[in-house]
Structure formats: C-alpha cells, structure tokens
Write a protein that binds this ligand. Structure first.
Ligand SMILES: *[C@@H]1O[C@H](CO)[C@@H](O)[C@H](O)[C@H]1NC(C)=O
Ligand SMILES: *[C@@H]1O[C@H](CO)[C@@H](O)[C@H](O)[C@H]1NC(C)=O
Ligand SMILES: *[C@@H]1O[C@H](CO)[C@@H](O)[C@H](O)[C@H]1NC(C)=O
Ligand SMILES: *[C@@H]1O[C@H](CO)[C@@H](O)[C@H](O)[C@H]1NC(C)=O
Ligand SMILES: *[C@@H]1O[C@H](CO)[C@@H](O)[C@H](O)[C@H]1NC(C)=O
Length: 416
C-alpha cells in the first residue's frame, strides 16, 4: 500500500532533471505512520506498479547490485540544497546552509518534541517534518516498549541514545536496528530516509549509511514520549547539543479518551492508568516550571488544546521559538491536515478543532469523575477545570480550560 501510493512521488524525487524544477516544493504526502494503515487514498494518486522491479529503477546501484551509497548521498545533498534555495537563513545562527551541516563540521538545528502518548507529538512532529531538509528521528526509544523509562540504568541508556542520534552517531545501537528490522514504522515517518530504504530495507538498518545520510540534514527533529521531563534536563544542559525542547501538555481526560482507541496502550499500566499519567504530569510540571526559568530561549511549553484550536498561530510561535523559517510546505501541510477527520489511529489528519474536547461527548461521566479524582492535583497545576456532573460536562458553557491559567511561555494569539 505504502509502496504503491508513493511510487509516483519517489519516481519524481529521483529523477534529477525533474528535481531541479521542483526546488522549493516537496512531498508532504506520506504521513501515515502505520505502513499497513487504513488511511484511504485518492485513487488517482495510486499507480499500478505490477511487473516492475522498482528497487532497480529507483535506487542507484553498483555493478554488483548493491546500492550505490555515494550516489544516494550526492543526490540527497543536491535535493536538500535545491529545496532550501528559497529558505530564509537570515534568522539562523549561520547565514548559510553549510554552517548547519554536520558533514561539513557545522551545527544543525536540533529540536526535541516531548510528551507522553496521545498528546499531539505526532502532529507537531509532522508539522516540523514538512520543513525541507529535516531529518526526523521518530521515537528512537520505541524498542523500550510501552513504558515510561524510569529505572536509572535505562534512563542513562535512553539519554545516551537520544544524544548519539542527534549527533548522527548510530554506532553500537544494535537494539534499535534490531527492532527496526521487523518494525518498519520505526523508520517510515522519517520519510526522507524511508524514501530510500523502502526499496532496500537493509539501508535503514545500516548504521554507517544512516549516519552519513543523517549528517546531510540541517534540521534535526526528534519526538520522544517515554522519558519524563526532569531527565530531559540533562539534554538541555549539554552545550554541544544546543538543543531546543518543546513540551506538549494535554488534558488527562482527553489523553485517556484517545488512548482507549489505541491497541498498544491497552496492555500496559503506564498507558492505562490515569493515576500514573497524572503522577507524571505533576513531576513534569515541577520540571517545566524550573526549565522555563533556566532556559527561556530553549524550552517551550505548548498546550495540546491550544495547538488543535489554533494550529496556525501555534505553528508560528513554535517556528519563531526554534528560529526556523516558515516555508510554503509547512502551510501546505497545515492546510491539508487540520480541518478534516480521516485516517488511522496515528493519522495526523485528526488534529482539528473538534479533537480536544471530544472526550466530553464520548466518555461516561463516572469514568471522567474517576480521572478527575485521581488527577486532582495535576489538573489544577496545569489549568484544567473539573466537570461537575454529566449535564455540566456536555454543556456548551463548560470550558475545560482554565483561561486564567497561563502555562504557555509564549502567548499564542487565536487563529483568525
Ligand atoms: C533496571 O533495568 C535493568 C535492565 O532492564 C535491570 O537489570 C535492573 O534490575 C533494573 N533495576 C531496577 C531497580 O529496577
Ligand atoms: C523478524 O522477522 C523474521 C521473519 O520475518 C523472523 O525470522 C525473526 O525472528 C524476527 N525477529 C524478531 C526479533 O522478532
Ligand atoms: C497563519 O499565520 C501566519 C503568520 O502569523 C499568517 O501570515 C497567515 O495569514 C495565517 N494563515 C491563516 C490561514 O490564517
Ligand atoms: C475545511 O476547509 C474548507 C476550506 O478550506 C472549508 O470549506 C470547510 O468547511 C472546512 N471543513 C471543516 C470541517 O472545518
Ligand atoms: C450540575 O452542575 C452544575 C454546575 O455546577 C450545577 O449548576 C447543576 O445543578 C448540577 N446538576 C445536577 C443534576 O447536579
């Protein structure tokens, strides 16, 4: 399905002569994170490719049939350069692309989106991934399982993994690659990488190729949902990384409602129990308040509900915080992904105005009340108001957000 539906765009992307005419434009089409997913496709985009060994057509190969790595890297270099030819580097630390490339000894923009499951990290990750020249490290800790990583030795390992990946160093990451061998969704959201290894899976589990490829990208984005904020502090302290962190917070009632539809969540306590979610929200609140003070220019809090209601201005605020230019590809992404409801469980099509408060109409009040009791402190700290009874919960007058509570470092104006 994925293979087929992307045939056309890949074909174009690899045709060099066509590529040159495409500078500035890019494919924001591939957003379904479950390769076998249920997202419906516009039939006219699907080209039959029976009887074509497209791996031979698409990947440059050596005479012995192995992928020609140097050629892949050359083409990618050129593609990034072309796609960023209209990019405004004026607000960057460096005034040009080379200064941002690790392969030329430069410092890329590194940004980390962090939260917990079902809190909008996928959506925000995709917004940033719409930026040309972005390398998207998608859930590097996915092989740890559906857990919050708490145990000291595991936390150390997790932070080391994150740090190494941000440096495009994939050495000694057997666990990561081994997991990816059978779980391609670990790689596929990183579509600029996946565009190559969908034809030759071995490329994605090749540490050397991944590392060389990664170093071509001026923007390095990662999303992580398994490490709590007080551990993320270490990453902010790492001056070499020069990382910016965006923390997403969401109403626990909305999180729990969303997790009900999430098969992988139903089996594990960290995902299933509101009291665990809310204990983490409290610890995250403590960490967030001090990080906000210590790193006002490198740490940002975004409220999920705000992002869903005002995706345009939230994106604007996030880009400003990260020091990134707003490209037409980002606007295209927002336009096509924020106003209708469609797709599978991780589909980003579902972030839109009716998402944040859907729980009011679909959850039973008894369950909501149970969450509210277990999450009393977390909700009060983060500015979420209780529903008093079933009638109150579903009434239009009830606003779950405490408007006087300002969790956001940057005030986000409403979308027009
Ligand atoms: C931490 O995790 C490691 C590896 O999974 C395990 O061997 C160790 O027993 C754990 N320690 C604690 C205190 O849970
Ligand atoms: C991965 O899948 C292959 C077959 O597709 C199987 O032989 C192998 O045991 C699997 N590995 C893991 C770690 O599940
Ligand atoms: C989105 O925000 C940008 C920047 O604030 C603004 O220029 C643009 O007009 C907005 N687009 C829409 C559709 O509101
Ligand atoms: C989505 O946007 C289109 C125009 O951009 C508008 O006509 C339509 O009503 C919107 N749909 C929803 C559900 O907001
Ligand atoms: C439900 O809560 C609202 C708001 O607190 C209150 O005005 C109303 O009387 C309550 N209704 C019932 C049936 O308890």
């Amino acid at each position: 399905m994925l293979r087929r539906s992307n045939f056309c765009s890949i074909c174009i992307a690899f045709n060099l002569s066509v590529l040159l005419t495409l500078a500035g434009s890019q494919n924001t089409d591939n957003t379904n994170h479950l390769p076998s997913g249920s997202r419906s496709r516009d039939p006219k985009n699907i080209k039959p490719i029976e009887d074509v060994d497209d791996s031979l057509l698409q990947l440059p190969t050596n005479p012995d049939g192995t992928p020609n790595i140097d050629k892949i890297l050359d083409r990618t270099r050129l593609k990034i350069k072309n796609e960023l030819s209209n990019y405004n580097f004026a607000q960057s630390r460096d005034q040009n692309l080379d200064g941002l490339l690790m392969e030329s000894g430069g410092q890329p923009f590194r940004s980390l989106i962090t939260s917990t499951w079902r809190s909008g990290t996928t959506f925000l990750g995709e917004v940033l991934n719409a930026l040309p020249g972005n390398f998207y490290h998608f859930e590097p800790l996915i092989n740890f399982g559906i857990v919050q990583i708490k145990n000291t030795s595991e936390v150390d390992k997790a932070l080391e993994t994150i740090t190494k990946m941000f440096h495009c160093n994939f050495d000694a990451m057997e666990d990561y690659f081994e997991y990816g061998r059978n779980h391609s969704y670990q790689f596929s959201p990183n579509r600029r990488l996946w565009d190559h290894c969908k034809y030759k899976k071995e490329l994605c589990i090749d540490a050397d190729f991944t590392s060389r490829f990664c170093k071509l990208f001026p923007f390095q984005t990662m999303k992580v949902v398994r490490v709590r904020l007080h551990h993320i502090r270490q990453l902010l302290e790492d001056t070499e990384l020069n990382l910016k962190v965006i923390f997403l917070i969401r109403d626990p009632r909305g999180v729990m409602q969303s997790r009900q539809h999430c098969g992988f969540c139903l089996r594990t306590p960290d995902c299933l129990k509101p009291e665990l979610l809310c204990a983490d929200m409290i610890s995250d609140y403590v960490a967030a308040t001090s990080l906000k003070q210590e790193y006002p220019h490198r740490f940002m809090i975004v409220r999920f509900e705000e992002m869903a209601l005002n995706p345009n201005s939230t994106t604007q605020a996030v880009l400003k915080f990260l020091g990134l230019d707003r490209t037409p590809s980002i606007d295209e992404f927002l336009q096509s992904h924020t106003n209708f409801s469609k797709g599978g469980i991780s589909s980003t099509f579902r972030v839109s105005r009716d998402v944040p408060f859907k729980w009011k109409n679909v959850l039973d009040f008894n369950y909501v009340n149970e969450i509210q009791m277990k999450c009393k402190e977390a909700m009060s700290l983060w500015g979420y108001r209780n529903a008093h009874n079933a009638t109150h919960m579903t009434s239009k007058d009830y606003n779950p957000l405490d408007q006087n509570h300002c969790v956001d470092q940057f005030l986000i104006p409403p979308d027009n």
